[in-house]
Design a protein around this ligand. Structure first.
Ligand code: SAH
Length: 252
């Protein structure tokens, strides 16, 4: 078997947030496998084959990539953001566990800029101290696990990056998540909704846990919920910065 699979991330949107390595891997691929809208972002050549699929069909998409590689093709599997964060890298390795023959393939993962990094960069430094990332999607895990992790994140006083906050299929989950957070954290806790960061329709909303409207979140939104130390820094005539300082109390 001489085929290979490069698992790459396109970053949150703009070309300058895609790594040169990801760009080179896509350029070198004979076959590109991914969710349709991500493939649409790429300027593929006539000699390259695009295999678009539905966003829910992750494992089938991974199997297709591995089958093509086993036939000797040079495959790039694309995700948005970083391919290892709630994305295709896990699906490819889950598929490999099913089929020992695929273990011999040449497989590599190329890191990308994930949505929480892009959102944090726009906001200032909201993830400057210990933080965690939680996907609110219960497509692949029970909602009880999501709630348990939210409680644990509050107990640990982490800043929290919330991925997949809402969808048409699960419109009430985001409200339930905010109800839970409001029971366990101060209402004054800074919260940011970062929507479509890096894209033309980017929108940032800075608010507090008590005032936040969970209805602002859609599938293109990353939410950052502060720790007990997180604060806003007001600026004359400019957007506030969001800061989670690296030190608890004064720096020694
Ligand atoms: N692998 C991706 C995440 C996939 S999960 C990554 O590393 O970023 C999809 C979720 O990511 C979305 O529901 C949203 O919460 C977040 N997201 C992706 N792109 C985004 C962007 N440009 N702005 C804000 N959030 C984004």
């Amino acid at each position: 078997m001489s085929g290979r699979v490069m698992i790459v991330g396109l970053g949150p949107g703009p070309a300058e947030w895609m790594t040169p390595e990801a760009g080179a891997a896509i350029g070198a691929a004979s076959d590109i496998v991914g969710y349709g809208p991500y493939l649409d972002r790429l300027a593929l050549r006539a000699d390259q084959r695009a295999h678009a699929s539905d966003n829910r069909a992750e494992l089938n998409r991974a199997r297709l990539a591995l089958k093509l590689a086993a036939e000797g093709r040079a495959v790039a599997v694309v995700s948005g953001g970083d391919p290892g964060v709630f994305a295709m890298a896990a699906a490819v390795f889950e598929a490999i566990e099913e089929e020992p023959e695929w273990l011999d393939l040449d497989i590599a993962v190329s890191p990308g800029v994930t949505a929480m990094q892009a959102a944090a960069a726009r906001l200032g430094a909201p993830l400057g101290h210990d933080f965690c990332a939680i996907s609110l999607s219960d497509n692949l895990k029970p909602w009880a696990i999501v709630e348990r992790r939210l409680r644990a994140a509050c107990e640990g006083d982490f800043a929290i990056a919330l991925y997949n906050p809402a969808s048409r299929a699960r419109p009430t989950r985001i409200t339930q998540a905010f109800d839970l957070l409001r029971r366990l954290k101060a209402r004054a806790t800074p919260v940011a909704f970062a929507r479509a960061v890096g894209r033309a329709d980017e929108a940032l909303t800075l608010t507090t846990l008590g005032e936040a409207d969970p209805g602002l979140a859609d599938m293109a939104t990353l939410i950052v919920v502060g720790s007990s130390e997180t604060r806003f820094i007001a600026r004359d005539g400019g957007r506030k910065w969001m800061l989670t300082p690296r030190a608890y109390g004064a720096r020694r």
